[in-house]
Design a protein around this ligand. Structure first.
Ligand code: COA
Length: 174
């Protein structure tokens, strides 16, 4: 990300805004702030997929624990989704953080859009039983992460309002 031009950084912000249009990043100013944070915060970094000078998608990481870092955010330009770019970005990030001595890469993938069988439900008590029965119902990114080798390690019920949980996933990469 650090080598991107100003125009490419703006493109990265647009992609975040459009790919995650149901989140706070729908606001272009919020998306631009996220790009800037990834570039400027010393505990963050990122990688971009670039083709002929055009940004196709990008991924960030936050150095949260000594040996477990958080993948955040990940966005692929909507017309270029399902072409292997997301997987390529994750694999490149895994190689980068593995080289830094990280053992576990983890992430939160919210269900704010009726994308899984957890949406709209009370998950207490028995949160971990609900996690074991988790299924995507509507193209939720959880399936993508599972195909990339991530497993569900927990849920935060009602993280984004009643029935809108965050789904935590992780993978041993080192
Ligand atoms: C989720 C996202 C990053 C995936 O990137 P992508 O480039 O579209 O995914 P890829 O083409 O690399 O897909 C890799 C695999 O996951 C599968 N996959 C990708 N998105 C999927 C989805 N929404 N539902 C089910 N499977 C999916 C692909 O079919 C492919 O399967 P394979 O193992 O058979 O090859 C991208 O679609 C995106 O930016 N979505 C909107 C933003 C978002 O949800 N970000 C994550 C927030 S936590």
């Amino acid at each position: 990300m650090a080598t991107l031009t100003e125009a490419q950084r703006a493109e990265a912000a647009r992609i975040l805004s459009e790919a995650l249009h149901w989140t706070e990043y729908a606001d272009p100013a919020e998306a631009a702030v996220e790009v800037a944070r990834t570039l400027e915060d010393p505990t963050r970094s990122g990688l971009a997929a670039v083709e002929d000078g055009r940004v196709l998608g990008w991924i960030g990481v936050i150095e949260t624990y000594s040996h477990a870092w958080e993948l955040h955010p990940l966005a692929v330009d909507p017309p270029r989704q399902r072409q292997g770019i997301g997987r390529t970005l994750i694999e490149a990030l895994e190689a980068k953080v593995r080289a830094a001595g990280v053992i576990t890469l983890y992430l939160g993938t919210d269900d704010e859009n009726d994308g899984t069988n957890l949406y709209g439900r009370e998950l207490f008590p028995g949160v971990l039983e609900a996690a074991e029965r988790l299924e995507a119902t509507n193209g939720h990114a959880f399936t993508f992460y599972r195909r990339c080798g991530y497993e569900v390690v927990g849920l935060v019920p009602h993280a984004n309002g009643y029935g809108r949980p965050d789904i935590f996933m992780a993978k041993r990469i080192g």
